[in-house]
Design a protein around this ligand. Structure first.
Ligand code: ATP
Ligand code: MG
Length: 280
């Protein structure tokens, strides 16, 4: 069971003057309990890919399957895909629509016919998980702060207990403690066997958190593999639009000077190794 994307192409407005090739042959597998990051420059096709994973967009060619169900299947099967894959939009304003936080949280579970008692309990529990106080329940989602809106988007998607969670730039606009909390929460979900697809501009974050990283450039895959192999690749030759995180630049420079230090994102580990190297 997994999400399988094969030779995915997507063209917006085909055959019109606005025709745009957004994805040109992308392959990806997301297994339950795995954290996959998708990185790439602006306009590289990340959000277009995200929207294919829960059938909001359909392939121009190629395929997307969720636990064996094609996103081009009949409407009833498509409902299953949407139930399985929760998508948190890049811009909260594109996702939020209800008149109150309570309605926003209850919409998905009602759609999936959870009973009302269950909805109340799930709403409170999920909001707590995302650090949203109960006092917000009667408020309009549009009156929340930027960070609260983002948390509400994630909470409302989690409330229907999806098997896979696709988050498009979830940490944008969050402060450092908020980001740490969210990443911790996502780690917990991965432990519970949820498959996480994390779309981010932040390569350092992707290298630190993901088990697999897909790099897109102009709708094409330029790399797909483990963080370790991406680090090796970036040190050998740059990938357009991806800058080596500063700590890896430092490691690379130290190695050029003959210090045997590891490629690591962990500053404490690097300092320890460097100290040992300097003593020898
Ligand atoms: N609704 C649309 N209609 C037409 N073209 C679109 C549409 N959405 C995206 N595109 C185009 O498709 C390409 C990929 O866009 P996409 O939004 O997937 O990129 P992205 O990697 O998510 O960018 P960003 O990092 O800025 O969010 C771009 O050339 C974009 O202009
Ligand atoms: Mg995007």
């Amino acid at each position: 069971m997994s999400i399988r994307v094969a030779s995915l192409r997507h063209i917006y407005h085909p055959g019109t003057p606005l025709e745009t090739k957004a994805l040109s042959g992308v392959d990806l597998t997301v297994d339950p309990g795995k954290w996959v990051a998708v990185v790439g420059q602006t306009g590289s096709g990340k959000s277009t890919l995200a929207q294919h994973l829960n059938a909001l967009l359909l392939p121009t060619s190629g395929s997307v399957e969720v636990d064996g169900i094609s996103t081009t299947a009949a409407a009833s099967a498509l409902r299953m895909v949407r139930r399985k894959v929760g998508l948190v939009f890049q811009y909260p304003e594109h996702q939020l629509f209800a008149e109150s936080v309570l309605e926003e949280m209850a919409f998905g579970p009602r759609n999936w016919k959870f009973n009302e008692e269950d909805i109340r309990e799930t709403t409170i529990r999920t909001m707590k998980l995302l650090g949203l106080p109960e006092e917000l329940l009667p408020r309009s989602p549009f009156q929340l702060s930027g960070g609260q809106k983002r948390r509400l988007c994630i909470a409302s998607v989690l409330a229907v207990r999806p098997d896979y969670l696709v988050l498009d730039e979830p940490t944008a606009g969050m402060d450092a403690p908020g980001r740490r909390e969210l990443l911790g929460l996502l780690k917990g979900l991965v432990k519970e066997r949820i498959g996480v697809v994390h779309i981010t501009h932040d390569l350092e974050l992707a290298l630190a958190m993901a088990e697999q990283i897909l790099v897109l450039e102009k709708g094409k895959t330029v790399f797909c593999g483990t963080p370790g192999s991406l680090m090796d690749e970036l040190i050998e030759r740059p990938i357009r639009g991806l800058c080596l995180p500063p700590i890896l630049e430092l490691v690379s420079g130290l190695r050029d000077y003959g210090y045997n230090v590891p490629f690591t994102l962990d500053a404490v580990e690097l300092a320890d190794r460097l100290e040992k190297e300097m003593r020898t």
